[in-house]
Design a protein around this ligand. Structure first.
Ligand SMILES: [Zn+2]
Length: 200
């Protein structure tokens, strides 16, 4: 037994004797065998599922052992000091800023992902967003229509949509309140802006 890698081994307490050791192969074989049996029984016995449920109720300790077996089979990876530090930092930031920093990360990450999906070039930083926020005086681009401030929550929007070959550079980015970003009028911004007298 000593040559078996620890990751592939779980020990399960048994009522019949000392702890039993299962290898990965044994566990898989047990599962396969059980699955075959299970489907046979279900096919031949209409009441099988009800009986199983009944059995499970009476044999909770056994189910616990099985659950344990599955859990131990995928051992939890120990987190590295780096990860722990990062998690702690995130937690602290979240607490200190009421989630605003977390949302900030989310905005950037989502824009980055959308840009990647659309193979768009360019990137922007949270400093760019802060600059934009200042330039927009903390207001939604369509403030005259919606009257909303960015402090109520905002989305980063691509002026020329990524789907229409817009870039992910700061130039192509504006900050919209959630309502405006999700509304139909934003689908054709130039037309909409004209209607509102914001352009030309
Ligand atoms: Zn708005």
């Amino acid at each position: 037994m000593t040559d078996i890698h620890l990751m592939n081994v779980v020990s399960v307490p048994s009522r019949r004797g000392p702890k039993r050791i299962y290898t990965r192969e044994e566990i898989l074989a047990r599962r396969r065998a059980f699955n075959v049996l299970y489907h046979q029984r279900r096919k031949n016995d209409p009441g099988y599922r009800a009986k199983r449920a009944e059995w499970a109720k009476k044999n909770k300790h056994k189910r616990k052992i099985k659950k344990n077996l599955n859990r131990k089979y995928y051992p939890k990876k120990p987190s590295t000091p780096d990860q722990r530090q990062r998690d702690a930092l995130r937690k602290r930031l979240k607490r200190q800023t009421g989630g605003e920093v977390a949302r900030e990360y989310g905005r950037l990450a989502r824009a980055k992902r959308r840009a990647r999906e659309n193979k768009a070039e360019g990137f922007f930083t949270k400093e760019d967003v802060a600059t934009l926020r200042k330039a927009q005086k903390g207001r939604c681009v369509y403030f005259r229509v919606c009257g909303r401030k960015l402090s109520e929550g905002f989305h980063v929007d691509h002026i020329v949509p990524l789907s229409k070959n817009g870039t992910n550079w700061p130039k192509n980015i504006q900050l919209l309140c959630v309502t405006c970003n999700c509304s139909k009028w934003n689908k054709d911004p130039i037309e909409f802006s004209r209607q509102q007298g914001l352009l030309l």
